[in-house]
Design a protein around this ligand. Structure first.
Ligand SMILES: NC(=O)c1ccc[n+]([C@@H]2O[C@H](COP(=O)([O-])OP(=O)(O)OC[C@H]3O[C@@H](n4cnc5c(N)ncnc54)[C@H](OP(=O)(O)O)[C@@H]3O)[C@@H](O)[C@H]2O)c1
Length: 227
C-alpha cells in the first residue's frame, strides 16, 4: 500500500488525512509537535506511526529524513499551519507573529520538501501537497485582510510553484490546496465545511493528479484559484 507523510497530524485536517488514509490501508507517517499527547492519532486503527516533529526545527526535520531514508513516500503532506495576529492593521503588527507565520507556513514546508525529495522520488505516486489558503491569493488581499497569514500563504504558494519546476524532472507532482473554510480549531465552529469532506476532496485530487497539473493552486473541490 502507498505511504503518506503528514505534518500537524494530531488534530484538524491533518488528523482527518491520517484517519482516512489509514482506513484505506495506507501506511501513515504521522508527525506532530506533541507525539505523547496525540491521543486521537493514537486511537486510529491501521498502520500509523507517530513521530514528534516541530516543522520549524530544522535539525529535527533533517534527523527524521535520515531516520526514514529508504522509505518511499507517495504523498508528502505539508499540513501544519498557524493563523496569528489575524486582521492586524498597519501600525499594530506583531512582528514576532509575522516571523513565526513565515517560519511555519512557508519556510518549513520548503525545507521538508527539500529534505524528503528522495523519499518522494522513490515512490509510485510522487506527490508533494501543501495546504495553503484562498487568503494566500494576492488578488484577494485588501484592507483588513491581515498581514501574517495571507503573506505567509502567498509565500508558500510562490515557494511551491518553484519546487514544482525543480522536481518535475524527477516525476514529482506538486499541488497547493485551499481546504475550504473547515470546522477545525483554526476554522472555528461556524465554519461551513466538514473537515472530513475537505480532506476527502483533497485526497481525490491527489489521487488523480497528473504531471501536467503540477504547480496548481486549487480548492478542495478542484477549482483553480487565482494567485
Ligand atoms: N480550517 C480552515 O478553515 C483552513 C482554511 C484555509 C487553510 N487552512 C490550512 O489548513 C492547514 C490545517 O489547518 P487546520 O484547520 O487543521 O488547523 P488546526 O486545527 O489549528 O491545526 C493546525 C495543526 O498545525 C500544527 N502545527 C502548528 N504549528 C506547528 C509546528 N511548528 N510544527 C508542527 N505542527 C504545527 C498544530 O499542532 P499543535 O496541536 O501542536 O498546535 C495542528 O496539528 C493549515 O495549514 C491551515 O493554514 C485551514
Amino acid at each position: 500500500m502507498p505511504t503518506v507523510f503528514i505534518t500537524g497530524a494530531n488534530r484538524g485536517l491533518g488528523l482527518q488525512f491520517a484517519r482516512q488514509y489509514s482506513a484505506e490501508g495506507w501506511r501513515v507517517i504521522a508527525t506532530c509537535r506533541d507525539a505523547a499527547g496525540a491521543n486521537d492519532l493514537r486511537g486510529l486503527a491501521g498502520d500509523v506511526e507517530i513521530f514528534p516533529l516541530d516543522v520549524t526545527d530544522r535539525a529535527a526535520v533533517e534527523a527524521l529524513a535520515v531516520q526514514l531514508s529508504g522509505t518511499a513516500i507517495d504523498v508528502l503532506l505539508n499540513n501544519a499551519g498557524v493563523l496569528l495576529d489575524h486582521h492586524a492593521r498597519l501600525g499594530e503588527i506583531d512582528h514576532d507573529a509575522l516571523a513565526t507565520s513565515f517560519a511555519i507556513n512557508a519556510m518549513a514546508p520548503l525545507h521538508i520538501c527539500e529534505r524528503f525529495t528522495d523519499h518522494v522520488a522513490a515512490s509510485e505516486m510522487k506527490v508533494m501537497a501543501s495546504i495553503s489558503s484562498h487568503l494566500g491569493s494576492i488578488d484577494g488581499i485588501g484592507a483588513g485582510s491581515g498581514y501574517s497569514y495571507p503573506a505567509s500563504k502567498a509565500a508558500l504558494n510562490a515557494l511551491m510553484k518553484n519546487v514544482a519546476g525543480d522536481v518535475a524532472g524527477l516525476g514529482i507532482k506538486v499541488v497547493l490546496f485551499h481546504p475550504g473554510w473547515a470546522r477545525t480549531r483554526m476554522g472555528g465552529p461556524s465554519a461551513a465545511v466538514d473537515p472530513g469532506d475537505s480532506a476527502a476532496g483533497m485526497r481525490r485530487i491527489i489521487a488523480e493528479l497528473t504531471p501536467e497539473q503540477s504547480g496548481r493552486f486549487v480548492s478542495y473541490q478542484g477549482d483553480d484559484l487565482p494567485w
